[in-house]
Design a protein. Structure first.
Length: 170
């Protein structure tokens, strides 16, 4: 007797893969493992994988360029010690009398005054030096109370009368 045909019961077991198919799948898996990581030269060409056609500036995206934030060259807490310049002791200032005596005995002043008396014209530099020196002498004389103005008040009135008599011929 013949047995009745059995109705299929769901999925049948998958067919086993051949040796050639298994080898091909193994090679594909091997290739995928080798391709993990970044492509060669990625650092030099970072724009290749990011927005090729967008026209981004390479300089902005270049990973080799660092931050534009300024870096302090000196630590904030440490203060650089400034070199101390030793100052020479200034020559003691001359008293007003000593300075006046030094200015009056100055050879350059004497020669320039002689040239002026003889009618020689002085250069601008010499004239300015002479003016400043004479001004300084005048200030020192006022400071010391010396008065060079020969007014009639300072002279003896009798001497003044004698001068008039001599001039008149009496």
């Amino acid at each position: 007797m013949k047995q009745p045909a059995k109705a299929p019961r769901g999925k049948s077991a998958p067919q086993r893969k051949t040796r050639a198919e298994l080898n091909m799948e193994g090679r594909d898996r091997q290739r995928q493992k080798k391709q993990k990581g970044l492509t060669a030269g990625n650092r030099a060409n970072p724009a290749n994988d990011q927005g090729k056609g967008k026209g981004k500036d390479k300089a902005l995206n270049d990973p080799r360029l660092g931050s534009k934030k300024p870096v302090p060259l000196v630590a904030e807490g440490a203060v650089a010690a400034k070199p101390v310049v030793k100052r020479r002791e200034a020559a003691p200032a001359l008293s007003a009398r000593e300075e006046l005596a030094a200015l009056e005995s100055n050879e350059r002043l004497d020669t320039l005054l002689d040239q002026l008396e003889n009618g020689v014209k002085l250069s601008a530099e010499e004239q300015t030096w002479l003016d400043t020196t004479l001004d300084r002498i005048e200030v020192l004389m006022e400071k010391l109370g010396i008065d060079l103005d020969e007014d009639s008040e300072t002279q003896d009135p009798e001497a003044e009368e004698d001068m008039y008599r001599l001039l008149k011929g009496n």
